[in-house]
Design a protein around this ligand. Structure first.
Ligand code: PNS
Length: 161
């Protein structure tokens, strides 16, 4: 059984993330969406809020588990018995860093494969940072995030309520 992980910050989850989740879901037997708990990085949403948002968006996917981790991804996948890392690529600009991470992860554990999926072109401009920026300045970000999480995000940015 092929178990895969889709790791990220998901601060917050966007329609681009959900696109990768739904397409990865179609080709693996079990998918863990894993949030990195990174004390070095300021996050707008707590781990609990991000877990809740992803759970809401994946409630119709029984083979999806939502989890979080700290430290190295490659150590997390070993603990979980996962053999595939799924990454989304929006543009060439994503490639260089992702390529480097894939090679480091392969060096650390050659048994784990990184699989890159191209983001649907209609979401290639989209990122969590863009969502936060638009929301922070009172812009309409409804089209950028799954409808299940719109209100939770809006609550964080009072200018949108
Ligand atoms: O959504 P993001 O912030 O682009 O996700 C990046 C993430 C969490 C996938 C990446 O930073 C990661 O895997 N971090 C864990 C630490 C690690 O294993 N780094 C790679 C080896 S240096």
């Amino acid at each position: 059984m092929k178990k895969a992980v889709y790791p990220g910050s998901f601060d917050p989850i966007t329609k681009g993330h959900l696109d990768i989740i739904s397409r990865a879901y179609a080709i693996v037997d079990h998918l863990t969406v894993a949030i990195l708990e990174n004390p070095r990085k300021h996050s707008a949403f707590t781990i609990e809020e991000r877990l809740e948002m992803i759970r809401r968006c994946t409630k119709d996917y029984p083979k999806v588990e939502v989890d979080y981790f700290s430290g190295l991804l490659i150590d997390y996948v070993k603990r979980k018995g996962i053999s595939v890392i799924i990454k989304g690529l929006r543009a060439i600009s994503d490639f260089e860093f992702e390529f480097q991470m894939a090679l480091v992860n392969r060096k650390l554990n050659p048994d784990v494969e990184t699989l890159f999926m191209m983001t649907n072109s209609k979401y290639s401009y989209l990122s969590s940072s863009i969502v936060k920026e638009v929301a922070d300045f009172g812009g309409d970000f409804r089209k950028l995030v799954p409808k299940e999480v719109y209100q939770l995000i809006a609550n964080k940015f009072p200018q949108n309520e």
